[in-house]
Design a protein around this ligand. Sequence first.
Ligand code: IMP
Ligand code: MG
Length: 187
Amino acid sequence: MMDYQGHFPYGFIERVIIPKADIKDRVKELGETITRDYQNSEKILLLGLLRGSVVFLTDLMREIHRPITMDFMLISSYSKSESSGFVRIDSDHKTNIRGWDVILIDDIVDSGYTIRTVRKLLLDREPNSLKVCALLDKPERHKVDVQIDYLGFSIPDYFVVGYGLDYDEKGRNLPYIASIDLSKAGG
Ligand code: IMP
Ligand code: MG
């Protein structure tokens, strides 16, 4: 199955670990589960962490057959490929989330610091409920306990790009998830 026309647009790509079709199927399943779980809610807010979750969030929302609102926070937690454990909010969400059923959306859980920090902060703002949804998880890398309520795929400890995820802002446009060769990434 070649969903990349035989060559990769970035020299640092090693191999495809999750093809486009598998992502599509999984996103549809997640949408079905969320639709069912939120059958009685009229105030569902998908709150995405920019920029990595954008591709996932915009596909996922079209698989949720309920009224949906979306908002975003811009978070810096990372420099290139190394987790710092330090999470900074560069831009906050606009919605007053009090009383909303918030689903926090991120691209990937690595150390777990980002989700843990943002989750705590959002709980102080008194949403009606708060769940976490991530496309990917690297359980081997967790440094803190995190609960992921809706997960796309669990992956080994690779650095990956594509479907919104980047290496140094590159690779977000790839329609699949690929591992990269850090020695060829020039960083
Ligand atoms: P955490 O705070 O260590 O869990 O880091 C989560 C953030 O790190 C994610 O939102 C991503 O932006 C980034 N990240 C972690 N692993 C990867 C990866 O393999 N590829 C791209 N970004 C990653
Ligand atoms: Mg991120």
